[in-house]
Ligand binder design. Structure first.
Ligand code: ADP
Ligand code: MG
Length: 415
């Protein structure tokens, strides 16, 4: 089946063609006809398999063929997502699909000025993508009304329905017309969340692809035993093996992101960072530089674990294991997107063995281990320790001038 054979408008077909898509992926093949028919869909498919276009293509088609008169009366399709970067990325996909149509898509996110968003909403938007916080702000101020919405999409549905957002979603549902189409998409969904999802729709929903192994088949993933204090040396070593490699590193907390980035900086490795404590401008800039390859290392918290589609990430490093087992799948799913292949390596310290077991239970299998022999382990430490000794000497330079001078001489001698 080719996209050209679908009963989509010519304008949508042109848009899809312009994206370079010829054939639908499995999830697109199964969801597009159902969505076009008006069915509710629970679309579960592995990371990087094209879930965005699986809903964007039929939604743009449907909005285009329905009358766009009265756009100003309110948004017709609402897509809710957990993070700002994901909202912007989905907007890009919609803009591409809708390029030759009159369908207007817009993303409202927190962390940026709301006035331009209000202006856009006043002009009229067909498809609205939103993170919950800003959306509720705009609703409560009377700038956004949901009464005309006939399609609701929850991307990263399990995340949207879990504790953090569930109440928000229920509040949204109360504001939506009863007669509507509801679509859920994610790579992971557990039984509890699935039940919750079913309880939110009236008619039976179709489960599309339910992978036994939620990890993308394009991703080879491994673990290695590395002690907490040694992790930075191993990261440095990995990066220095091939500086041209695009690497995304996940760390447990915001503070640790900053720390790991500083540690890399000290050994001459430039890193971009994204976490919830950064302002949106900085987050956007970091993602842009990473996408464009200006810097090939991005260190982030789980705020970037879901949905982010940066083609060309070759390696994901779990510097720390995630607290939530599902996030393991989402994190390593930042590589191996579309037809690309990718690798992921998790650094597991003794203290993280329980987390590893939980993740393996969730996956239903053991993650292969890359054994590092004692000798190899020591060699990596020795290699990097030399540099960190340099660092230490550098610091002493600032603190004790005389000592510092000696240290410098010593270093110069070495060179
Ligand atoms: P998911 O949401 O399933 O994780 P995305 O929707 O982000 O995946 O898509 C992953 C990548 O696959 C994107 O870079 C996208 O452009 C590409 N892609 C999607 N559909 C197709 C297709 N039919 N043919 C080729 N590439 C595709
Ligand atoms: Mg996605």
């Amino acid at each position: 089946m080719k996209f050209s054979n679908y009963s989509l408008t010519n304008e949508v077909k042109r848009g899809v063609d312009g994206m370079g898509f010829k054939k639908p992926t499995d999830i697109q093949f199964k969801s597009i006809p159902s969505i076009l028919k008006g069915e509710d869909v629970l679309g579960i498919a592995q990371t990087g398999t094209g879930k965005t276009a699986a809903f964007a293509i039929p939604i743009v088609h449907k909005v285009q063929i329905s009358s766009v008169k009265g756009r100003k009366d309110g948004v017709r399709c609402l897509i809710m997502v957990p993070t700002r970067e994901l909202a912007q990325q989905i907007q890009d996909v919609f803009n591409k699909v809708a390029k030759y149509t009159t369908v207007k898509t817009y993303a409202i996110i927190g962390g940026v000025d709301q006035d331009p968003q209000i202006e856009k909403l006043n002009k009229g938007v067909d498809v609205l993508i939103a993170t919950p916080g800003r959306m509720f702000d705009l609703i409560s101020q009377g700038y956004l009304s949901l009464h005309r919405i006939n399609t609701l999409v929850l991307d990263e549905a399990d995340r949207m329905l879990d504790l953090g957002f569930y109440k928000d979603i229920q509040d949204v549902l109360k504001k939506l017309p009863k007669k509507r189409q509801t679509l859920f998409f994610s790579a992971t969904i557990n039984t509890k969340i699935k039940k919750l999802a079913y309880s939110l729709v009236n008619n039976a929903i179709r489960i599309q692809i339910s992978p036994k192994d939620p990890v993308s088949k394009n991703v080879n993933h491994f673990v290695s035993s590395i002690e907490m204090d040694d992790k930075r040396f191993f990261l440095e070593n990995l990066i220095n093996k091939d500086a041209t490699k695009k690497i995304m590193v996940f760390v447990r907390t915001q503070v640790r992101v900053e720390r790991v980035a500083k540690a890399m900086e000290r050994v001459g490795i430039n890193a971009l960072i994204i976490h919830g404590g950064k302002d949106q401008k900085e987050r956007n800039q970091a993602l842009k530089k990473f996408k464009e390859g200006e810097v090939n290392l991005l260190i982030a918290t789980d705020v970037s674990a879901r949905g982010v589609d940066v083609p060309g990430i070759e390696l994901v490093v779990n510097y720390d294991l995630p607290d939530i087992a599902e996030n393991y799948v989402h994190r390593i799913g930042r590589t191996g997107r579309g037809n690309q292949k990718g690798e992921a390596l998790s650094f597991v310290s003794k203290g993280e063995m329980d987390l590893l077991l939980t993740i393996e239970q969730f996956l239903g299998k053991k993650i292969p281990q890359i054994e590092i022999s004692k000798k190899e382990y020591q060699t990596i430490l020795d290699l990097t320790n030399e540099k960190s000794l340099d660092d230490l000497l550098g610091q002493i330079e600032f603190e004790i001038e005389n000592e510092g001078k000696k240290a410098k001489k010593k270093r110069n001698k070495k060179k």
